[in-house]
Design a protein around this ligand. Sequence first.
Ligand code: NAD
Length: 265
Amino acid sequence: MSASARPFDGAAPSVPRSDRLRDRPALVIGGASGIGAACAARLAEEGAVVVVADLDEDGAAGVAERIAAAGGSALPRRVDVTDPDGVARVVAEAAGLRGGPRIAVNCAGVNGPLSPLADLPPEGFDTVLKVNLYGVFHAMRSQLPAMAGTGGVIVNLASVAAHSGFRHHGAYAAAKQGVLALTRTAAREYAAQGIRVLSVSPGVVDTPMVAALPPGATDGLLATVPLGRTAEPAEVAALVAFLVSDDASYLTGSDHVIDGGYLAK
Ligand code: NAD
């Protein structure tokens, strides 16, 4: 197999999935597309009952339908992570419907305007922070109390941009660094209540967010990735499924880089 060959496409597993998440109520925010959609599908394959929440209501409904067609259990909901009350309502609804969530994956994100820092309009900086950082804050602010009685796991999507910076992605990198800080803080504060809080930092993943980048935005990047390719959303979802399972019971507060070796030194 060449270095750039893909090990699997995530669509047709060669072995049956485990049922290590059987009947666990899960909430995937940003679940209509890309990494979030793959996480929702993977958690459902492993037995979780998934609320798929997203600003894109139709997209969330489509993901939930595909999960149901594959024999899983999912419910779509609309949410805007920039609206704390709306996030609280979805978390309360998930709690009411299923006694959950016991698992939360916070995937909602935007790229925002791409430019060198000095050319970045303040309102563009604001938009990115509102979704990518405040959104995670609003989500955890509702999810942590909802999990306090039962215990649970929260996984936040960060990025290699939090670790290395990323040209023309100043707001994005700043927001993702903030996600790491919120993750570590919550892990320390809520461990005693049985809640684990983790982050995942992907490199470049083949999703609509990356497809929407201007031509040339990722030029030269793959040459710096030892595995020589981008990631599939299903590969990130496989990591997330491990992190939210009891197999990862001693992990909290840590960030999990999945980048094909991009950050290796
Ligand atoms: P995507 O664009 O495919 O999916 C993002 C989802 O977030 C969309 O369904 C969108 O509707 C939703 N969303 C956007 N704003 C929202 C809001 N205000 N409220 C609720 N939902 C909202 O992107 P993706 O590539 O799957 O990214 C998922 C997460 O992973 C993001 O946090 C992103 O920053 C992070 N990430 C992606 C990559 C990559 O290369 N694709 C790399 C590192 C980190």
